[in-house]
Design a protein around this ligand. Structure first.
Ligand code: HEC
Length: 193
C-alpha cells in the first residue's frame, strides 16, 4: 500500500467503525425503549377484554379514557421519558393529536401496512434534534383487535346507548370506522439522550 493510500484509508476505516458503533447504540436504545414502553400495550388490551366481558362496553370506557393514559403516565414517571398515544383519527384530539414527526411516521406505517408489513410489529426509532437538543424518538403501531370494534368499529354497528355516551364526551370524534387489523394509532416515546 502506498503512503497516500494509508492516509486515505485510515479516516475511512474510522468512519466505518463510528458508523457501526452508532448503529449498535441505536439498536440498544430501541431494545431498551421497547422493554420499558411496550408492556403497557397488552396490559390495556387485557384490561379492556376483561372489563367488556364482565361489565359491558359502556362501563369499559374508562379503560381507554383513564387507565391507558394512567399506565403510560406511571411508566413515564418511572423512566423520565414522554409517553402517549396518538392517532391520525382521534377520539380525543386534545390528548391524541400527533406532532409533525409522529404524523409522518403514522402515514409511513399506513404505507408499510399496505405493502404487507405486519401491523403488530410496525415501529420506528430515530435520533432527532429538537430545539438544539438530541432526543431519541420511538413510535409503535397499535393494531385494532376484536374488542376495540365495540367503540372504534363502523359507526352503524356501535350500540346506540354507547354511541350517545361517547358523543356527549367527544364532540369531535373521528375514531369510528376501523376494521380489525388496521392501525388505530401508535404509542410514542421521547427520551432525552
Ligand atoms: C368501551 C369503549 C372503547 C373500547 C372498547 C376501546 N376504546 Fe379506545 N378509546 C375510547 C375512548 C373513550 C377514547 C378517548 C380517550 C381519551 O379521552 O383520551 C379512546 C381512545 C383511544 C386511543 C387514543 C387516540 C384517540 O383516538 O383519542 C387509542 C390509541 C385507542 N383508543 C385504542 C384502542 C384499542 C387498541 C382498543 C382495543 C384494544 C380500544 N381502543 C378499545 C373508547 C374505547
Amino acid at each position: 500500500m502506498t503512503r497516500h493510500a494509508v492516509f486515505v484509508a485510515a479516516p475511512l476505516v474510522l468512519a466505518l467503525f463510528a458508523g457501526a458503533a452508532q448503529a449498535q447504540d441505536l439498536d440498544a436504545l430501541k431494545a431498551d425503549t421497547r422493554k420499558n414502553a411496550l408492556p403497557v400495550l397488552p396490559k390495556v388490551v387485557a384490561m379492556m377484554q376483561e372489563t367488556v366481558a364482565e361489565k359491558g362496553a359502556a362501563d369499559a370506557i374508562p379503560v381507554c379514557k383513564e387507565k391507558a393514559p394512567q399506565l403510560l403516565k406511571e411508566q413515564a414517571a418511572k423512566t423520565g421519558w414522554d409517553m402517549r398515544r396518538v392517532s391520525l383519527r382521534t377520539r380525543n384530539p386534545e390528548r391524541g393529536t400527533p406532532d409533525v414527526w409522529e404524523a409522518r411516521q403514522l402515514a409511513d406505517f399506513n404505507i408499510r401496512a399496505a405493502n404487507g408489513e405486519k401491523v403488530e410489529t410496525l415501529e420506528t426509532g430515530e435520533v432527532v434534534t429538537e430545539n438544539g437538543k438530541q432526543v431519541y424518538r420511538y413510535i409503535r403501531a397499535i393494531p385494532v383487535g376484536d374488542v376495540c370494534l365495540k367503540c372504534h368499529g363502523p359507526v352503524e354497528q356501535i350500540d346506540a346507548g354507547l354511541k350517545s355516551q361517547l358523543a356527549r364526551s367527544y364532540p369531535q370524534d373521528s375514531a369510528f370506522g376501523y376494521a380489525k387489523g388496521q392501525i388505530r394509532g401508535a404509542l410514542t416515546v421521547k427520551r432525552p439522550l
